[in-house]
Design a protein around this ligand. Structure first.
Ligand SMILES: Nc1ncnc2c1ncn2[C@@H]1O[C@H](COP(=O)(O)OP(=O)(O)OP(=O)(O)O)[C@@H](O)[C@H]1O
Length: 679
């Protein structure tokens, strides 16, 4: 049995934060008759929220309660003793007893009718045999999302089946890649049809599967329908969760739209149609307009953003509170279309919203009613393997694109990403080795895939191969840095030079799994600086703003119009005939901007980048360093995300085959009520 005194040792062992203990202590002091049984689980619920969990599923928690705490991979004996005591206690507690004790706590709202009207810090929800314990703010966010989606799924769209049928067949005159001969329908056409007929929809798919292409056709369909009926065009807003993702989408939307061959739709000229498809992408924050010094947005229930359609890309990166703010901040009848890769890492903040909403996507989970509709309206046959009579209403509004147009289908990077992504129980290592061997055979001089060993004991040196890789990778952009124009060349020459530096900078990127430690972000940044100095690529690291220092913005900063994740490079720029320190950033529209270093509030050196921060970016050559110690952070989603950042080359650097094998089988596990509620 735990009491407050014994739980204090959880803070000392770093199983929880002091704030988690303080919250539970306050609750226990307010209610002296409270059963001690609830103390560990309340503390775990509070702590695990800081680790990205929206709630605790009590049944699962009792089976392995230590997994929701910090230091769960610690080998420290005193920590192990705490875990053993917790497991022994959990073995003796039944779920019914725990639920009853929580229901009797004044800190927990458990009565369905009263949950919304009370203001307890915790909420207990019993639904379909599950008992989920939430911090109230996450429960509230989940409810907002659930009601935003439900209400849209129940709403009939104003676009008639006849219009969808006609416009789809005009827009998809050529089948895109997959034909019925592969026994696969044209999923892009299916996605377009499904999204046109629902007020809420999700188009998911791996890199290069045509999400952007499909959404542009969808917008052409929806705008075309308006013009056909002489109605005013729809107000469409495009957004992405980070500045970097928004800038990338800006470029890809503009390029895709320029390339898109639109037919003449019922007398409407393609050029007229293209004019009313927006290409301007903004961040979600900007879209909803943050209130100064607050987590709130100007657009909220009382003042919703006026838009008929809101499209959000890279939706896997949206955490539960941001997604709730989105649904709160737009008009209830605005159509919502989410795009993203459901297999990518979940957001760093709490929640796994896209993953949760796409639980049935890989299986299709379409009912025969949907399949018949698709056959009738989209003229596509959904294979029986994707039909499931118990598919939910939400499943019918989700479409997964399955054919990559960017990676050669069956190409080695694609094969590797698919291997990691596959749900399979057996060993993956032998297949992984075969894929690397195949890559070496295909192009012995420049294989698309390479694998390097790196010992990672605390004082180990970088291996020669890794050293060469890093010097060559980062050396390329330093070679451009070295070609700085003379001060008299003027600002246009410096703009041109800076642009080339930025372009060359994305040709190579090292990704790491962890932030801390010698082999994490901090240690590797230092090692790379030293390595580049020694190789003569970097002249000096004296002072913070040395020439060529790459930096990443770590917090949105509206005063300089820079967003979390934006990357800049410290260079020199001529001002009144003198060279001054400036940091160059892309302006997101093909140009550059020079920012005074003193105006950058939160930046960090980014030779190495965490896989989390790399989401939404792509590099010609991506190298990923995986630790040699197992950790719950190492999941298949993390490895998949790292691999799919590469456009041409991928290098895996690993210290341990066993850790890699283990990581390829570990899935992100985040409990949530989203998929339980929306059916
Ligand atoms: N049906 C198709 N036939 C031929 N090429 C296509 C098709 N669909 C998409 N492409 C091409 O494949 C590439 C990737 O498409 P797109 O940018 O739409 O994919 P995406 O899923 O949005 O990619 P990202 O990984 O950037 O999110 C583009 O060059 C696009 O023109």
């Amino acid at each position: 049995m735990f009491d407050l005194m014994s739980l204090k040792s959880w803070v000392d062992g770093r199983l929880v934060r002091y704030v988690d203990y303080a919250l539970v202590k306050w609750i226990a002091e307010e209610q002296p008759a409270l059963s001690n049984d609830v103390l560990p689980v309340l503390m775990a619920a509070s702590y695990s929220a800081s680790m990205g969990q929206v709630c605790i599923d009590l049944k699962q928690w009792l089976q392995a309660p230590e997994l929701s705490l910090g230091a769960s991979d610690s080998e420290d004996e005193s920590v192990q003793a705490l875990f053993e005591a917790l497991r022994a206690w959990a073995d003796g507690v039944s779920i019914a007893v725990l639920v009853e004790a929580l229901e009797n706590s004044q800190a927990v709202a458990a009565d369905e009718a009263l949950i919304a009207t009370q203001s307890t810090p915790f909420v207990l929800v019993k639904h379909k045999g599950s008992a989920l314990l939430y911090l109230r703010r996450y429960w509230q966010a989940e409810q907002t999302i659930v009601s935003g989606i439900r209400q849209r799924l129940n709403r009939a769209t104003s676009v008639s089946e006849e219009d969808i049928r006609e416009l789809l067949s005009a827009l998809f005159q050529e089948e895109s890649g997959q034909t019925e001969s592969d026994n696969e329908p044209d999923w892009q056409k299916v996605a377009c049809g499904i999204a046109a007929s629902n007020h809420f929809s999700i188009i998911t798919g791996g890199p290069g599967t045509g999400k952007t292409t499909t959404v542009l056709k969808l917008l052409a369909l929806l705008q075309g329908q308006r013009l056909k009926h002489h109605l005013p065009p729809l107000a469409i807003r495009l957004a992405a969760p980070t500045g970097k993702a928004a800038a990338r989408l800006n470029e890809s939307i503009a390029a895709n739209l320029a390339r898109l061959e639109l037919p003449e739709l019922g007398g409407i000229q393609p050029s007229d149609l293209k004019q009313i498809i927006p290409t301007q992408v903004t961040t979600l924050h900007r879209l909803l307009k943050p209130k100064p010094n607050s987590r709130q947005f100007s657009h909220n229930k009382a003042n919703p953003l006026v838009a008929d359609i809101v499209v959000v890309d890279e939706a896997s990166m949206i955490d539960i509170e941001m997604m709730a703010s989105l649904f709160d901040g737009i008009e209830p009848d605005a159509r919502v279309i989410l795009l993203g890769d459901k297999d990518q890492l979940a957001s760093v903040e709490a929640g796994y919203v896209l993953g949760d909403l796409c639980r049935g996507a890989a299986r299709g989970s379409y009912t025969s009613h949907t399949a018949a509709w698709v056959k009738d309206v989209c003229k596509q046959t959904i294979p029986s393997a994707y039909i499931e009579e118990q598919g939910t209403t939400l499943n019918q509004a989700v479409c997964m694109l399955r054919h990559s147009y960017r990676f050669v289908e069956g190409g080695v990077i694609h094969q590797l990403a698919s291997l990691v992504n596959r749900e399979q129980s057996g060993k993956k290592w032998p297949t992984l080795q075969n894929i690397f061997a195949q890559s070496r055979q295909e192009s012995p001089d420049a294989p698309a895939l390479s694998y390097l060993q790196q010992e990672q004991s605390p004082h180990a040196e970088l291996s020669n191969d890794v050293r060469n890789l890093l010097v060559k990778g980062y050396g390329e952009y330093f070679d451009v840095v070295a070609k700085m124009p003379s001060v008299s060349a003027g600002s246009a020459a410096f703009d041109q030079w800076g642009k080339q530096v930025l372009e060359r900078h994305v040709s190579f990127q090292l990704l790491v799994a962890m932030r801390r430690g010698e082999w994490g972000l901090e240690g590797m940044n230092h090692r790379i600086e030293q390595l580049l100095l020694k190789a003569g690529k970097l002249r000096s690291v004296a002072g913070l703003w040395y020439l060529g220092r790459p930096v990443m913005v770590t917090q949105n900063d509206y005063s300089v119009d820079l967003m979390n994740g934006d990357i800049g490079i410290s260079l020199l720029y001529p001002v009144n005939g003198e060279l001054k320190q400036r940091v160059i950033f892309s302006d997101g529209h093909g140009g550059v901007r020079w920012v005074l270093p003193s105006r950058l509030q939160s930046v960090e050196t980014v030779f190495a980048m965490t896989v989390h921060k790399s989401q939404g970016s792509e590099f010609s050559h991506t190298a990923m360093l995986l630790p040699s110690q197992s950790s719950p952070i190492l999941t298949k989603e993390l490895i998949y995300t790292g691999i799919t950042r590469s456009k041409q080359y991928f290098t895996l650097i690993s210290g341990s085959q066993a850790v890699l094998e283990d990581a390829m089988h570990r899935k992100v596990e985040r409990s949530s009520g989203l998929s339980l509620y929306i059916d």
